[in-house]
Design a protein around this ligand. Structure first.
Ligand code: ZN
Ligand code: FE
Length: 256
């Protein structure tokens, strides 16, 4: 499976997953349709599915136009997003497994229920290739804002993703890494891996290159929202209880 990263709007990423053997494609969170259609035309590929992680407009805005262009495609989203995702046909729960009846090759996807940013948010994980599409849940060096869910829900979702193999590629839906890492340094200043990551991310953004994908291993080392057991972070926020640490970190980031 080849993953194409399409930068759109201010800081969104759309991901086009292409299987060269079957010449079929899946698109994750199409904010808009035109760049997706252009890439599909270039590949000459058929779009068989839209994977929506949650209902926000910058993740579903291209659904209708893509469905018009590829009337046979199937639109997937979370069960709790019923009524909020345009033209949604499949309502997924955590633990569901998608194999597309082989039309996407031997590369099934597993569904993770990861609420917090919204109450219905899901992620898609391809165990064979080690690719995770986590929408606005886990970001490079950070996590999504809590629009609907509770801190405990979001922390649980992040910890679920952190259990994936260290080499898992993390394809998140926004380029927020640089700002996230700058915030992270304010609460975890002695973390060498974090300092190195900020240097590397700064260099990439200076030449307009994406910092995505990161990996689960790198996030565990450098993302403060997964670092609730680090002494410096606990000292900075004044708590040791994981939910209290997370709640305080999220509030500090909201104000940063
Ligand atoms: Zn969102
Ligand atoms: Fe978003």
């Amino acid at each position: 499976m080849q993953v194409y990263l399409l930068p759109v709007l201010n800081d969104n990423y759309i991901f086009l997953l292409h299987n060269p053997d079957t010449n079929t494609a899946i698109v994750v969170d199409p904010a808009i349709a035109p760049p997706v259609k252009a890439k599909l035309a270039e590949l000459g590929a058929d779009l068989i599915a839209i994977f929506n992680t949650h209902h926000h407009w910058d993740h579903i805005g291209g659904n209708q136009e893509l469905l018009e262009a590829f009337p046979n495609l199937v639109i997937y989203g979370g069960a709790l997003d019923q009524g909020r995702i345009p033209h949604q046909q499949v309502f997924l729960n955590g633990g569901d497994r998608l194999d597309f009846n082989g039309t996407f090759g031997n590369n099934p996807a597993e569904v993770f229920f990861i609420p917090g940013h919204t109450i219905a948010h899901i992620g898609y994980y391809f165990p064979n290739s080690g690719d995770l599409f986590c929408g606005d849940t886990l970001f490079g060096g950070g996590c999504g804002r809590l629009f609907e869910g509770t801190p405990a829900q979001m922390l649980n979702s992040l910890q679920t993703l952190a259990q994936l193999p260290d080499l898992t590629k993390v394809w998140c839906a926004h380029e927020y890494t640089l700002n996230n890492l700058k915030f992270a340094l304010t609460v975890d200043s002695q973390n060498i891996a974090l300092q190195q990551r900020l240097t590397a991310a700064t260099a990439l953004r200076a030449i307009n290159q994406p910092t995505i994908p990161s990996t689960i291993g790198l996030e565990k080392q450098t993302n403060p929202f997964l670092g609730g057991d680090r002494p410096e972070i606990q000292a900075k926020v004044g708590f040791t209880d994981p939910v209290r640490v997370f709640t305080k970190l999220r509030r500090l980031k909201d104000l940063y």
